[in-house]
Design a protein around this ligand. Structure first.
Ligand code: SAH
Length: 347
């Protein structure tokens, strides 16, 4: 963080204004090596190289979808990699970032969790993902909806987002940063105490415990009642809205009865909104299908008639395997295809 640099500078007999030069080099000039931070004294650059080595990362692959969505594969120096997706829209350039390699949550419909979690990313690695994204354009919004469960990696994720938000750093507004959780209740409660205006999304996907536990094992630990009370407390404490994500799966959670029950549930949370997203098919669960347009519209209609503010979302990036929940399997395949590249990396 910007203020963390000041004591380090003083310790090396340098003036605190140098902190701005450091941040400028890191986040505006995209330096890949401290040697490139030419505004800093040369011997201090040597100290930085020794004591604060930059997190090495490499963009191993870029795949572009016909709708303009780009998926980047970012490799780290232990050979692990994650995917980040860039989504252009009118007046916006949104980056979807990952917080873990894989995911431990095991949601039935999500490819990221199909092989469990390998490890969590450090804050620096999450910031590196953002920097790799910025090389492709000015990012206006971040959604933490890539691989991993952000609240299973709470400290590093929050540190990274605060760095990206920092005024002297990239300065991306907190309200332009959305965290999405599968329902890790302690994380929601903790976020309410942070005093920062990040947006919060909660992946609900089912209106009752029986169905939700089947789709999302996390529900056995924090069932719907507990989750919705944490959400209601969050909106009361922060005065901020919560968006519930509801992935509609054909014949599973797409009935009129489900929509009615969902409306009853979300109305327990003041200032709640619902985003409906048709399932993106995933290879490991061919039995789970995408609902047709008519089903989506009927579901939307029931929610609206029950006074729930609802948006219908389209999944983007399908032909680059960059759509919601598709990030892991393709990654696992490309990881082996890329292993030869990795050994020749220089950073
Ligand atoms: N772990 C976090 C963030 C990552 S997933 C969370 O669960 O919220 C981001 C969103 O994509 C979540 O709402 C998730 O449920 C959804 N998702 C996962 N797989 C999907 C799929 N195959 N189709 C549509 N949405 C999916």
């Amino acid at each position: 963080m910007p203020e963390e640099w000041k004591p380090i500078l003083t310790d090396h007999g340098l003036r605190p204004f140098r902190a701005d030069q450091i941040l400028q080099s890191l986040y505006r000039d995209f330096i890949a090596d401290w040697d490139a931070a030419t505004t800093l004294p040369k011997d201090f650059r040597e100290t930085l190289k020794r004591e604060f080595p930059l997190t090495p990362y490499e963009t191993l692959d870029v795949s572009k979808s016909a709708d303009g969505t780009q998926k980047l594969l970012i490799g780290f120096d232990d050979g692990n990699s994650v995917e980040t997706v860039l989504i252009p829209a009118t007046g916006r350039f949104t980056q979807c970032i990952s917080t873990q390699v894989g995911c431990a949550m095991g949601c039935a419909f999500c490819a990221s969790g199909a092989h469990g979690v390998v490890r969590s990313l450090t804050a620096d690695e999450i910031v590196a993902e953002y920097m790799a994204g910025r090389a492709h354009g000015e990012i206006t919004n971040i959604v933490v909806m890539g691989m991993g469960e952000p609240f299973a990696n709470y400290d590093e994720t929050l540190r990274a987002l605060r760095l990206i938000n920092a005024g002297r750093g990239p300065n991306l507004g907190a309200r332009h940063i959305t965290l999405s959780t599968c329902g890790v209740v302690p994380g929601i409660r903790r976020l309410a105490t942070e005093g920062i205006q990040f947006e919060l999304s909660v992946s609900l996907h089912a209106p009752n415990d029986e169905l939700r536990t089947r789709l999302m094992p996390v529900n056995a630990k924090w069932p719907i009642d507990e989750l919705l009370s944490a959400c209601a407390d969050y909106t009361a404490a922060t005065k901020r809205i919560i968006t519930f994500e509801y992935t509609v799966i054909r014949g599973v959670n797409d009935s009129r009865a489900c929509a009615e029950e969902l409306a009853r549930q979300v109305r327990r949370v003041p200032m709640a909104k619902v985003n409906l997203i048709p399932l993106s098919p995933v290879e490991h669960r061919p039995d789970l299908g995408t609902p047709d347009e008519a089903t989506m519209l009927l579901f939307l209609d029931v929610l609206m008639k029950n006074h729930v503010q609802t948006m219908l979302r389209r999944s983007r990036g399908k032909d680059a395997n960059a759509a919601c929940g598709q990030l892991r399997l393709r990654h696992a395949r490309s990881a082996s295809a890329n292993s030869s590249n990795r050994s020749s990396r220089t950073v």
